[in-house]
Design a protein around this ligand. Structure first.
Ligand code: CU
Length: 71
């Protein structure tokens, strides 16, 4: 299965510590290949294998870290 790339719009990240927190929480998920969070842009770019992890599962982890995913 091909790796998918998505860019999530996320509110609530305020500093590089927030970026690190959410990046580490996502990187441990099985099927997540690459994560790039930017608090300045309010985005998380993520590459993942949809056969192993769902976008809804990814969004749930972002929410668990205290951030809000738009859309
Ligand atoms: Cu922060």
């Amino acid at each position: 299965m091909a790796v998918m790339k998505s860019e999530l719009k996320v509110t609530g990240m305020k500093c590089s510590g927030c970026e690190l927190l959410v990046t580490e929480a996502l990187e441990v998920l099985d099927g997540v290949e690459n994560v790039a969070a930017s608090y300045q842009k309010g985005t998380i770019s993520i590459e993942y294998d949809p056969a192993r992890v769902s976008i809804d599962g990814i969004k749930a982890v972002v929410s668990e870290q205290g951030f809000s995913v738009e859309g």
